[in-house]
Ligand binder design. Structure first.
Ligand SMILES: Nc1ncnc2c1ncn2[C@@H]1O[C@H](COP(=O)(O)OP(=O)(O)OP(=O)(O)O)[C@@H](O)[C@H]1O
Ligand SMILES: [Mg+2]
Length: 727
């Protein structure tokens, strides 16, 4: 979504002070939709109102020629996320003081900014997919692409060395740079890109980003990426508990600092949690180019882009959100390290052998919440009391999981950080087991945590008893049996007497309110009770919030342990899932080594097989090596299953490198470093290239980049020309 738009001009002079206040705040948030709190509503004005009414399909009205629209604050979540999902950035402007006590116009200010790449609320996030913000920045002859997920704290860094400055690259270098970046974007699917306005003007970057219509672009002038400031921010935030894979150089820190800076600016808090920084290192993963990710339908199908009929759909029966996210990363980044692959295969094998444990393991997993995201929200204090109870229960379940899988934990070198169970204690000691969602009514913090809180609650309870006593006494004193002592939020306490009994009202009653059939009164005594009651209620809310915030900062100290636990859970989830798949679908354990062979006996296509009645899929064999059997040329009638067979082999290879068992009777694969596919033809006719030209460019690219360990799959290359030239 690269676009520039002109601001429409409104005549500011003629506006009321409130609208002037609006425009002065809007001035600082020109690139966002400003939600302006007016009583129980959020209102949008001017151009924002046009956009929002169109996207949300709500009525556009106008006041003094100023267009406006709005929605109720209590139902705002769904409206806000709809705007964000549509690529808008939203600034939420609240009333910062109580309108009933404010002198003049109520003070207002922006309290939160929500952009597609900085969402923290669980309800608005897809559970099994990371939500990445991508930062693109160039520095001398390096181009950086950094991905950060604020909801989980992960940061991934990719550094591309260019032969010279980005503006001076040759055509061929431009092609390969764009290809690399495109591959990253397709893989990590960032919802937002942060970039300097200068780099955005570069034609390579601009045309690349224009290809991705649903990515929101946020650009800042060069100062946002200034070295000193970004390093200062980096150092300030990257302190405790973070796992860094490699040592970072100064430039890495600047870019990550810029990423954190943007998180700080949108969350409006300094408590940003980063749990890991790692380099996207192509030498560790199988290279699957952008076409293959699409054509092999690894995570999205070609039909409608959904998950249905994809490899991940077949492979993913994970139960926890963390497990789902790990699996997705593994599918897009199969390992090429033989030891790592075999370690993974042994984990899968463990669960195949211990099939009897599976149902219990998976039952426990189903009791575990998204503790990875919860612990991040704890860190920046955007968490509900219920989240903490979920965290507590998840840790209890984790304890059981560890008990059942003791041998697995030891065998595969995990160590459970015992410290994490302190979190369980902290929550159990302080937070009610079934807390309300808000602090308005109290009842979040357990009894016995804070003396003052307990006393205040006592006062509140006593008031209620006392009121009953007063009612009894006044009935006797006045002889009015229908006399009632009541309470409501607006009026406070009152004594209600029905119209026919008014002549019995004693002289110390003060009239407070007249109803149709009754009058309400107040007495000096009631006023005192009311004061106590209101004081206690208000003070309870304040105290509970304070205690809650303290609890959060205590839990934050265990952030790194919570991350470790979350990693263990996602590992167990993914591999118990592979174990289950292997048993249910009759997969075999592939042998993966350094040889140059590719042997599949009785192989099946994992996706096609799923949609056929059991046993209907006809298995096929494959044998290839790097000496006398390097190429298979496959011909046959239409509908013979050629395309299926080609894809099936690529998918089996990928599954083996992920660490899953494979749909075959026997399988032996020498590590494959890259997979290339050329399936069908995607036309770039609009870009002035013919089908044939595109194919030749791509085939040339494959030939140039493939190694003796690469698997190349070509289906109907050259069909765009005459039959004599086709393969
Ligand atoms: N081994 C198999 N067992 C059972 N059904 C299969 C098998 N392979 C393919 N099919 C089914 O047969 C149909 C045709 O398969 P496919 O598209 O692979 O054929 P093809 O040889 O590539 O045809 P074309 O020459 O038209 O491209 C598909 O619907 C697929 O589901
Ligand atoms: Mg075909």
């Amino acid at each position: 979504m690269v676009e520039k738009k002109e601001d429409r001009l409104f005549d500011v002079k003629s506006f009321t002070p409130m609208v002037k206040q609006y425009f002065s705040i809007k001035e600082k948030h020109k690139d966002k939709l400003l939600l302006f709190r007016l009583g129980d509503f959020y209102e949008l004005f001017g151009d924002d109102a046009y956009e929002a009414s169109r996207v949300l399909n709500i009525v556009l009205t106008s006041r003094n020629d100023l267009p406006m629209c709005g929605f109720p604050a209590h139902a705002s979540q769904s409206y806000i996320y709809k705007l964000v999902k549509n690529g808008y950035k939203v600034a939420i402007c609240e009333q910062l003081e109580d309108p009933s006590v404010a002198k003049g116009i109520v003070k207002r200010g922006v309290v939160q900014i929500i952009t597609p790449g900085t969402i923290t609320d669980d309800d608005a996030l897809e559970t099994k997919v990371n939500n990445f913000l991508m930062v693109i920045h160039s520095f001398e002859d390096f181009l950086f692409a950094v991905f950060g997920d604020i909801s989980t704290g992960e940061v991934l860094v990719e550094k591309v060395k260019l032969s010279r400055e980005i503006s001076k690259l040759s055509d061929e270098e431009v092609y390969s740079l764009k290809k690399d970046l495109r591959e990253l974007i397709v893989k990590y699917q960032p919802s937002e890109v942060l970039i300097s306005s200068q780099l955005l003007e570069n034609s390579i970057i601009f045309s690349l980003l224009s290809e991705f219509k649903n990515i929101t672009i946020t650009s800042y002038p060069e100062w946002f990426f200034s070295k000193d400031e970004c390093i200062r921010i980096f150092d300030k935030h990257i302190s405790k508990g973070i796992v860094v894979e490699h040592s970072l150089d100064e430039m890495d820190k600047v870019i990550i600092g810029a990423l954190i800076r943007y998180f700080v600016e949108t969350q409006l808090t300094d408590d940003i949690a980063i749990s890991s920084i790692s380099f996207i290192d192509n030498r560790k993963y199988m290279e699957i180019d952008e076409f293959s990710i699409k054509n092999l339908e690894l995570v999205a199908n070609l039909l409608d882009g959904s998950k249905k009929y994809t490899l991940i759909d077949v492979l993913d029966n994970t139960i926890t959100p963390m497990g789902g996210r790990l699996l997705r990363k593994m599918v897009l980044n199969p390992s090429i390290d033989v030891n790592e692959i075999n370690l993974r295969l042994s984990k899968t094998e463990y669960f195949v052998r211990n099939y009897s444990k599976l149902s219990e393991v998976r039952k426990i997993l189903s009791e575990i919440a998204d503790i990875e995201r919860i612990s991040n929200r704890v860190f920046f204090k955007k968490v509900y009391p219920k989240d903490l109870v979920n965290l507590k229960n998840s840790l209890k379940s984790f304890k059981n999981l560890v008990e059942i899988l003791k041998d697995y934990i030891v065998m595969f070198g995990f160590s459970v950080p015992e410290e994490v169970y302190n979190v369980l204690g902290i929550i159990d000691n302080t937070i009610e087991d079934n807390p309300p969602n808000t602090f308005d009514e109290g009842g979040v913090i357990k009894k016995g945590v804070n003396k003052e809180l307990d006393e205040l609650r006592e006062i509140k309870n006593n008031v209620e008893l006392y009121i009953e006593k007063i009612q009894e006494r006044e009935r006797n004193r006045t002889g009015i049996q229908s006399l009632k002592v009541g309470y409501n939020k607006v009026m406070g306490f009152y004594i209600e007497v029905s119209k026919p009994n008014l002549h019995l009202v004693p002289s110390d009653y003060e009239r407070k309110q007249t109803l149709v059939n009754a009058e309400r009164f107040i007495t000096q005594e009631l006023k005192e009770v009311e004061y106590k009651f209101l004081y206690a209620s208000d003070r309870i809310v304040v105290l509970e919030k304070e205690i809650f915030s303290y609890v959060l900062s205590e839990i934050s100290k265990y952030y790194r342990y919570l991350k470790e636990v979350s990693n263990i859970i996602s590992d167990i989830d993914v591999f118990s899932n592979f174990g289950l798949l292997a048993v249910e679908n009759d997969y075999c354990k592939p042998e993966v080594d350094e040889s140059d062979e590719f042997i599949v006996e009785m192989g099946r296509h994992p996706i096609v097989e799923k949609y056929l009645p059991k046993g209907e899929f006809v298995p096929n064999n494959t044998y290839m090596n790097n000496k006398d059997s390097r190429i298979i040329i496959l011909t046959g009638p239409n509908m013979a299953g050629k395309s299926t067979y080609l894809r099936q082999n690529a998918l089996i290879a990928i599954m083996a490198h992920i660490g899953s068992f494979v749909p075959a009777k026997f399988c032996k694969i020498g590590v494959i470093d890259k997979i290339f596919t050329r399936i069908g033809a995607s036309d770039y006719l609009a870009l002035g290239q013919s089908t044939f030209l595109v194919e030749m460019i791509e085939v040339a690219n494959i030939l140039k980049n493939s190694t003796p360990r690469s698997l190349i799959v070509m289906d109907e290359v050259g069909r765009g020309t005459s039959t004599y030239d086709g393969i």
